[in-house]
Write a protein that binds this ligand. Structure first.
Ligand code: G3I
Length: 392
């Protein structure tokens, strides 16, 4: 069973700006490109000041929003402070891999006819016992599929496998899930199809209708869950992101036009600390185009990759916090945005350490809490963005 909730000690961050100027100068001279330099210096003028009494959960709820984070079964089970942090700060928990077909230890689909809900159930129970919503991630994805998939699933039985999986998994949690990422990352422009769909096993086996089929099956299995299409690469002012925004919008329009029961878009929001091409107007326009289809929007996997930022912790934290604040100020201005989830809560447990480590091997600092579960400036940035957000 997961540990019971205990209030962690409050941590108050203090900064010596004079000293920080010095470290930026050093770090900047060595690593930062000029525009990043400018942003780091600009972020010195931000106080990131916020009354620290209320946790993110309460601040988001006050605006009709939900704040939550992804977590992993083993981390939650073994780390009391992480569990405490979730309960204190989050209104929602997202199992990071436990509801994928096959990822981590003791996967959901160990064999073609087997379902193992042990780990996912543990997380749902933890969330329910502590008053957190849960969202399901993810039913249909080209990754984290089992090895047995290729030899067993073919064009004759693929429909049966997809429907059975969704009916069983969504049905198992019917009435208990806030939302489901029904289809994840189905667009890939490099695959050069007219419809911009990614060449996934499901597309190869079932054709482009697999997306509609997945949503309809999920809607039947749980008529109360919000059904979401989730994707990445939509955030920046780049040709690739602009083309992807167009392609996603086209897919959403197509699904709405054919009556597919889709309710929201999930924008993953894996941001880059060193990116200089964030364009608020372009993003606003996209959010508003999505909203005009009658869809809600969730920020589903927010984090800031600090791989290319200076190693100095105060400098890094300031830049990361600035990225959180700038991004959230824009997205929370769109009334259709109803939830913000970070992809992890503490720097101790983030996919970035495994998948995008720093070349200097310094621990990554991409989330609102440090590896000792103390609030960082990124926490302040999020708190301020929620406080400044309009009411839903
Ligand atoms: O549980 C085992 C552990 O026992 C072992 O020591 C370790 C060694 O590699 O692996 C652990 O399992 C890993 C699991 O994450 C838990 O950390 C799997 O190998 C690894 O494949 C799995 O990666 C997950 C990845 O998706 C693939 O499913 C990441 O945690 C998760 O953060 C990542 O999340 C994706 C979203 O689903 C979709 N959007 C992008 C995002 C980041 O890639």
């Amino acid at each position: 069973m997961f540990p019971k909730y205990i209030f962690p000690r409050r941590h108050i961050l203090q900064f010596g700006l004079g000293a920080l100027m010095g470290t930026i100068a050093l770090a900047g001279a060595k690593i930062l490109p000029l525009n990043r330099w400018a942003q780091a210096v600009e972020s010195l003028n931000r106080t990131f000041a916020v009354d620290e009494k209320l946790p993110l959960k309460d601040r988001s709820i006050a605006k009709g929003l939900i704040y939550g984070a992804a977590g992993r079964y083993g981390d939650l089970l073994n780390t009391q402070k992480l569990a405490d942090c979730f309960v204190q700060e989050c209104g929602m928990l997202v199992p990071e891999w436990e509801l994928k077909w096959f990822a981590g230890e003791q996967p959901l689909r160990p064999g073609p006819h087997q379902f193992d809900f042990t780990r996912a159930d543990g997380m749902v129970e933890f969330a329910q016992a502590n008053g957190l919503f849960v969202r399901g991630h993810t039913l249909v994805w080209h990754l984290s599929l089992p090895d047995w998939f290729e030899g067993i699933v073919n064009s004759q039985n693929a429909r049966r496998f997809l429907v059975k999986h969704i009916k069983t998994v969504v049905g198992h949690y019917a009435g208990q899930m806030h939302s489901w990422d029904v289809v994840n990352e189905a667009i890939e422009l490099n695959h050069e199809r007219d419809d911009n769909l990614r060449k996934t096993p499901w597309l190869e086996l079932l054709g482009s209708n697999y997306i509609d089929l997945a949503f309809r099956t999920a809607a039947e299995a749980d008529p109360h869950a919000l059904l979401v299409y989730n994707d990445y690469g939509l955030e920046y002012d780049r040709d690739t992101d602009e083309s992807k925004r167009k392609a996603v919008l086209k897919l959403l329009e197509h699904l709405k036009a054919r009556g597919t029961p889709i309710h929201a878009l999930g924008i993953q929001s894996h941001l880059q600390g060193d990116a200089t091409d964030f364009n608020p107007d372009r993003l606003r326009r996209f959010l508003s185009d999505v909203a005009s289809l009658g869809l809600k929007i969730l920020i589903t996997e927010l984090d800031v990759n600090d791989q290319k930022l200076p190693v100095d912790i105060e400098v890094r934290d300031r830049i990361v916090a600035g990225v959180y604040e700038d991004y959230l100020n824009v997205v929370l201005d769109e009334p259709a945005v109803i939830a913000v989830l970070t992809w992890g809560l503490s720097d101790r447990y983030t996919w970035l350490s495994q998948f995008n480590p720093r070349s200097d091997n310094a621990p990554v600092r991409s989330l609102p809490f440090d590896d000792q579960f103390n609030r960082k400036l990124a926490w302040n940035a999020m708190a301020r963005a929620f406080d400044n957000a309009r009411n839903r």
